[in-house]
Design a protein around this ligand. Sequence first.
Ligand code: 8YV
Length: 322
Amino acid sequence: MSNRIKILSIGAMDKRVDEALAARYNVYRDDVLGLEQIIAAHGNEITGLVTRGRIRTTEALIERLPKLEIISNFGVGYDSVDVAAAAKRGVVVTNTPDVLNDEMADFTVGLMLATIRRFPQADRFVRSGQWEAGEAFPLGASLRGRKIGIAGMGRIGKVIARRLEGFDIPVSVFMRRPSADLRYLCHASLQSLAEAVDVLIVVLPGGAETKNIVDAKILEALGPNGILINVARGSVVDEEALITALQTGKILAAGLDVFAAEPHVPEALRQMENVVLLPHIGTATHYTRGLMAQLVIDNVISWFDGKGPLTPVAETPVPART
Ligand code: 8YV
């Protein structure tokens, strides 16, 4: 038993990951045993780490695991992992791309429609008995006649754009590193995209490069009829500026699955009627979380079997296992 590979599992990992890995390796969960105790007892022998978005995998943690070889992240976004620190140490980082594209695209379209047509508000109207009491739910905004912009045309953005083709609505895009994708009008800046559209779907990766990229100016450009949909990371949107824009009518409404300091959602947003607020559930289905879990598992197994990582992120090298 003691010769088995040792894996640290943090952030209340999906149980499927821990169960599958435990069949081959020693797996230590921080929510069961406590991080400090695990590191004190096994820190010098741990070679694999499985983690997820809501937990920060910091340089300090990486430093406390001197034999670490692989960080397998449950999620396509890995802004919570200090990839520079991992790269410096020669630790490979993997994520879970592609398996969640369809789920995220379905979800994004759903959130967009729910926000424009106010499904949650209408549901509250029925539940509160207002309909039965004879009131009429007020008329509201429509998707008809709108123009949709997608900020971020990575794997998920492309699938969202494809879904939207069925809506007979013009779609244009902004991407930080434009590629020759001629199917959609590609704006040179986020500002120019925001000026041209009245629904802005944000699907940019999180991290320093995109922090608060959707700021007061972008929201102002989106305009008083504008609708912001954020399914990416809370850090991408200046939350204070968004609250002000919603309060002052600079934009019409917002659909948000992500927030700056999850699970905290500012009281100001919770008080508003023109927002749809979701608890970061873009991929939260049995089906897709199952696919993500399998990819986390497969990356770890492939690595320790000497076959290399399956889906390494671009920033970390892929050192040969000796
Ligand atoms: C998950 C996500 O909520 O894939 C991502 O980047 O944000 C989501 O799929 C998260 O990673 C699970 O912790």
